[in-house]
Write a new protein. Structure first.
Length: 342
């Protein structure tokens, strides 16, 4: 078998070289006829009960080793992380996906004997606690003389950045201009207030298309639409393409917010204006220009153009007011033509 094998590994090649020194013949024998091997395997071991009298070493390099066991209620929740950082112990018997997640989580922890600490998203270092210590801390925060704090509802608002939990979005069907506002609730009152602010800035539209949410389908909203002469049209569940423009915008807003907010998700409402700026100054193929230019009749001056010395940035300090005014009048006269082309 060894001599006839092709592409043998290094260990098999060493065996072949050693066996070449001997002249032998390999004969296959059935197990029932191999009495010699059976006899050798059944021989009694005379040294079976002889032990070497050595003392058990009970000294360990670490003061304590945490118990590591899955689904054991007595195990500390951070035992695996503590053992890894304190003594480079890695739990065995886990899948590659679990191991990948373990090392990803372990990056946020560090060991400072005898405690395990975590660097949180707000860059504050907090100590890991469990068991009775965990209960004592909760009791001190709730029942202690210095444990007064706001209730759960007020505390939860910090996560949503002063209570903002919803984004109300409006999109111009022609100009693709996006308006959005972070709101703590989405009832009829805040929707009407939001639309009134748009009417005072951009005039009243001919029609508004919305879904069949309760904040759009109510008496207060209907009275305001009738007052301003705006037609209210509803999209249906079986034909969601009616409000497809705002659905596409919602996906874009969500995608940009996820990339700009990062780990500090509580600041999402602060980033909303920057996201809207990106939407309004982005080129739209359907209208052949940016929404900003279609609404205001001029290009938006971005910080990037100032940094890289755009033409208008170089001439800004030496421009003539009368010449600039005449040029602006021409731009405004061309605005209607630009909108007709879009």
């Amino acid at each position: 078998y060894l001599f006839a094998k092709k592409d043998a590994k290094a260990r098999l090649l060493r065996w072949i070289l050693l066996l070449q020194e001997f002249d032998f013949k390999v004969i296959d024998t059935h197990g029932s006829e191999n009495y010699a091997a059976d006899h050798l395997s059944r021989l009694e071991n005379p040294y079976e009960n002889v032990f070497d009298p050595k003392e058990i070493n009970e000294t360990f390099p670490l003061k304590s080793l945490n118990k590591v066991a899955h689904k054991d209620p007595s195990t500390l929740w951070y035992a695996d992380l503590a053992n890894y950082h304190a003594g480079n112990f890695i739990i065995k018997g886990i899948t590659s996906q679990q191991k990948k997640k373990f090392f990803k989580d372990a990056r946020h922890y560090f060991w400072d004997d005898p405690y395990l600490f975590r660097t949180c998203a707000d860059q504050i270092i907090r100590r890991c606690v469990a068991g009775k210590e965990d209960i004592d801390i909760l009791n001190a925060c709730h029942s202690g003389p210095t444990g007064g704090h706001y209730g759960a509802s007020y505390t939860a608002k910090k996560v949503f950045d002063s209570g903002n939990k919803y984004i109300l979005v409006a999109v111009g069907y022609l100009s693709k201009w996006v308006e959005a506002k972070a709101l703590p609730k989405n009832d009829a009152r805040v929707v009407v207030k939001f639309l009134k602010s748009l009417f005072s800035r951009f005039d009243t539209p001919k029609a508004i298309i919305s879904d069949q949410g309760t904040h759009f389908c109510n008496d207060q909203f209907s009275r305001v639409m009738a007052k301003y002469g705006v037609t209210h049209r509803l999209s249906t569940a079986y034909h969601p393409q009616i409000s497809g423009q705002v659905e596409v915008t919602n996906r874009g807003l969500k995608r940009i917010l996820e990339r700009t907010v990062g780990e500090n998700r509580a600041s999402w409402s602060d980033k909303l204006e920057d996201v809207l700026w990106a939407f309004r100054t982005a080129f739209k193929t359907s209208i052949g220009c940016t929404p900003y230019r279609l609404v205001y009749g001029k290009a938006c001056h971005l910080p990037l153009k100032i940094e890289h010395k755009a033409y208008w940035a170089l001439k800004h300090t030496n421009f003539d007011l009368k010449t600039a005014g005449d040029h602006r009048k021409l731009q405004l006269n061309e605005l209607n033509e630009l909108r007709d082309q879009a």
